[in-house]
Structures are given as structure tokens and as C-alpha cells.
Design a protein around this ligand. Sequence first.
Ligand code: PEP
Length: 251
Amino acid sequence: MEAAVRRKLVAANWKMNGSSAANAQWVAAWRAVKAPCEVAVCAPFVYLPQVGAGLAGTSAELGAQNLSEQAPGAFTGEVAGEMLLEVGCRWVIVGHSERRAMYGENSELVAKKAARAVALGLKPIVCVGETLAERDAGRTLEVVGTQLAAVLSLCPVEQLASGALAYEPVWAIGTGRTATPAQAQEVHAAIRAQLARADTQAAQRARILYGGSVKPGNAGELFAQPDIDGGLIGGASLAAAEFAAICAAAT
Ligand code: PEP
């Protein structure tokens, strides 16, 4: 079978950072950038309208960092996918390790959120990844495989391929310690093989991003791996120039 050509995707995860002034500066700088890849900018909920307006007419699409698994209703403090669509989001991060570790999101909830996103036509970026203790115990592929299996139980690969998966080793997020290209490629290949067991063709189309201390200096080597289809970028996405340099490596 012919290998699918997967366009690279680079997504910014601003996490709980930003301000009206900082966002305005970021988008003003971004407007001069010609990215060779698809780009998503995932901003905090309250800034989505501002950032969406700033990105209009650029190659970047707007994304959120979370959504509720519920339809609109009595869920205090939650944000529904319908609301994200209304303010212009095309993308949404689901199951980031910070949400799993700090806000009690388990794989079942992550799967429901991913299913809710695809049902609404939002493109989910579903995150999986092992902790350092799990890696040291030789359990990386088992942990990532179990997290992915939960999502696959509710979302066909075809639907996940409308968005992306992100392999984010927890020990590499915000630590400055990046997985080597070979370490990342090994897990990406295992993820694609698991997708292929469910749907060979959709697995070839599915984009699998790497996330964890990606910087302009290491992005090129990571993105050159055969199963790494771009990146999910935290800290280095907060400066537009640094993020643009990472995007430039995604050809
Ligand atoms: C992330 O939070 O998704 C991430 C990859 O963060 P960082 O790039 O800062 O490691």
C-alpha cells in the first residue's frame, strides 16, 4: 500500500499563560510569518475570541486546551464544545498530562471528551504519554497503549485522524529534557501500529505529534522521523518568533 502523505502540524499550547497585551503582541508578530505546515494555536478559554480575531487571515487555526464531555447544561465551570465552535475553534487539546495528573482526568473521561469533540466536528489533539517511573520500569509502550485503547474504544481511527494524537512523555514536558528522536520514533511507530490494527488506511493518514521540550534547535531532527508528523509545543510557543522557528522546521 502506498504511504499516505501527511502534512505536518505544529500546535501551540499556551497553557495558563497570556494577557490581552501579550496576546496582541504575539498575533501581531505571527501575522508576518509564513508557516510551511498546518498550525493550531490553543489559547486559554477567555482569550479565544481575541486570539481568533488576531489569527484571522493567517495560516493558523484557533484551538482550545480542554472541553467538557457534556452537552451544554448545568455543569458549573465547564466549557462545552458547542461554545468553542461558536468562538471559532477548530482544534481542542484533550487529555493533556497536566489535566490527567492535576485535575483527575482518567482515560475514560479523556475518551469521552475526544468523542464529544469529533461528534461536534472539532479536531481533537489527544495526548498520551508515560511518566519517568513508568519509562524506567520499561512500561512505556504498555502505558501509552492502554491510554490509546481507551480512546479507540469510543472513537474510530478515522475520526481521530481528523485531528491528531500527541505523544508527550510526561518527563519531557516543561523540563528541558527531550526524548531523543529514536525514543520518540519508537513510541510513535507503536502508536501507528496500534491504530493500524483497527484501521490500516486511516492509521496511515493519522498525524502523531511529539510534545516535550521541543525547541527550534531540536525540532528538525524530531520532525524528520518517519512517524513524527509535527509537534505540540508548550513553553517555546509563548514567543511567536520561537514558535515560528519551530514551524519552519516542519517541512
Ligand atoms: C506541552 O505542555 O504540551 C508541552 C509539550 O510543553 P513543553 O513544550 O513546555 O515541554
